[in-house]
Design a protein around this ligand. Structure first.
Ligand SMILES: Nc1ncnc2c1ncn2[C@@H]1O[C@H](COP(=O)(O)OP(=O)(O)OP(=O)(O)O)[C@@H](O)[C@H]1O
Length: 476
């Protein structure tokens, strides 16, 4: 027997077919599962001013859409962000496992609409200054950002969370798939479990234009780009800070392993093996001033322990390994699928330093300076060969012994410095590589010891000790 609340929503759906003036819509479900929910809402200031819905499919879908509209009635934006599958199901008197799917869809549609509406309509005041302020925590669904949220909630009086939807394969959106992006859902469930409001910020268009397209273009130009540095520096942190403004949050906390010096510069994390200051090197000082890194003084095992103590299901979740948009397809698969004609597989010559052909490759963009694996070649003496340089104009790859990669002179472009150039005494030329003693002179770093292979396109993180004092790109 369905609960009478369920029957009531089904018989008298609240706001069905209603489109509030100035509404922002969010969809979930679609062709694959046959159920589709659309939630429409308008925010004024810090409240949901009006909401309506449409639903196709089973009765539970209609009841769930109606329950969301009722839950939203006059709700504070931060309370609306606490509504998840459980709240929708509870509002219907509980749902059987088979019908929970309807509550999932309605919650997904709500969060798509809410996430978009906050971007353009919300103006949530900051909490009273004596109350400790509000922090927005960037939650990926992994253990690091979950613990960052946990620690922020212990510190700040008021915490909200946000997850970015950055990438969905072509044709995969809320209306065609039965599920929203898994990561976003997982992060939302985690935030709700901690009692925190959760927002979804759809940055797919900005991410494609500001990160993926330049990454593809750099590959076509024979460079080895760092999309994460670009993403942090020019796309996601700025977008999340704008979002924080809308939600009255003065600060943004992330699960990055990094620290901030008293004079506002980035500093490497205590846990050197996890340090991510390199990934954040392109941030402007104004951005850094609003960031908090609650994990900067912790080591990874401590972070996992904190998560376990708090009963978070992600305590043992493995770390993410690769670029987020390559998940499931890998680099070569992604290039084949999204690279277009400029990055199609076109065989070219592998030559030695004298231009003698040694073999063939399937496209220069699959190879990067310093690379040994994947060439399938050894030199005449049996010595392994490495990529010395790639030439996109002729689709030629030049190889040689490791010794030929050695250099002490690394030319730079797009140098940004936050302190005088004389203060640069170390440089990191790759993520997860050691910092190398150096001097910065005439737009290049002069290394005190040779390095084997500095790949054009990679970021050079300019350090004074363990403090990031600048950033540049390695030039050809
Ligand atoms: N999709 C996302 N939405 C919101 N914040 C994100 C997202 N992806 C990453 N972040 C933020 O950036 C931080 C560093 O991201 P990174 O990809 O390095 O994740 P990570 O070290 O595996 O952390 P986590 O364990 O939290 O996934 C995260 O801890 C989180 O605060």
């Amino acid at each position: 027997m369905p609960d009478e609340r369920f029957a009531d929503h089904l018989s008298f759906p609240r706001g069905r077919g209603h489109t509030p003036a100035g509404a922002v819509a969010g969809n979930a479900g679609g062709a694959l599962c046959g159920d589709l929910v659309t939630i429409r809402l308008r925010i004024e200031g810090d409240r949901i001013a009006d909401a309506g819905f449409d639903a196709e499919g089973c009765g539970a879908t209609i009841a769930a859409g109606s329950a969301v509209v009722e839950l939203l009635d006059g709700a504070h934006v931060l309370d609306a962000a606490r509504i998840g599958t459980t709240q929708v199901a509870d509002a219907l008197g509980g749902l059987s496992v088979g019908k929970l799917h309807a509550a999932d869809l309605a919650a997904d549609a709500l969060h798509r609409a809410l996430g978009r509406a906050v971007r353009t309509q919300a103006a949530v005041p900051a909490p009273r200054p004596d109350g400790g302020g509000r922090t927005l925590v960037a939650m990926s669904g992994g253990v690091d950002s979950a613990v960052a949220a946990l620690l922020s909630a212990q510190d700040a009086t008021d915490v909200a969370t946000v997850t970015l939807e950055l990438w969905a394969d072509d044709g995969h959106d809320g209306t065609q798939s039965c599920c929203s992006a898994d990561a976003v859902r997982g992060a939302r469930a985690l935030a709700h479990r901690m009692g925190l409001p959760h927002f979804t910020l759809d940055l797919r268009a900005e991410f494609r234009a500001g990160v993926v397209d330049p990454w593809l273009a750099d590959h076509a130009r024979g460079l080895t780009p760092n999309p994460c540095v670009r993403c942090n520096g020019h796309v996601r942190l700025d977008a999340m800070l704008d979002y924080a403004d809308r939600l009255g949050a003065a600060t943004l906390a992330t699960g990055h392993y990094a620290r901030i010096t008293p004079d506002g510069l980035l500093r490497q994390a205590l846990d050197e093996g996890k340090d991510q200051a390199y990934m954040l090197a392109a941030l402007a000082p104004g951005t850094i001033a609003r960031l908090r890194f609650p994990l900067g003084e912790l080591r990874k095992p401590q972070v996992r322990e904190l998560a376990a103590q708090a009963g978070l299901p992600v305590a043992r979740k493995p770390d993410s390994q690769d670029l987020c948009f390559l998940a499931g397809v890998g680099r070569a698969g992604f290039l084949a699928r999204h690279g277009g004609p400029a990055l199609g597989d076109v065989p070219g010559d592998v030559v030695d330093r004298d231009g003698t052909k040694l073999g063939e490759h399937r496209g220069h963009h699959h190879l990067t300076v310093g690379q040994r694996k994947g060439l399938g070649l050894t030199g005449g003496t049996g010595e392994p060969l490495h990529v010395l340089r790639t030439d996109p104009a002729t689709n030629t790859v030049v190889v040689g012994p490791r010794a030929a990669l050695a250099t002490t002179h690394v030319p730079l472009r797009d140098v940004t410095l936050h302190r005088a150039p004389e203060r640069v005494d170390r440089v990191r030329l790759r993520y997860r590589s050691h910092a190398l003693p150096c001097t910065l002179r005439d737009g290049a770093v002069e290394l005190h010891e040779p390095v084997h292979g500095a790949a054009p396109g990679q970021v050079a993180c300019l350090l004074q000790g363990d403090v990031v004092v600048g950033c540049a790109t390695i030039a050809r």
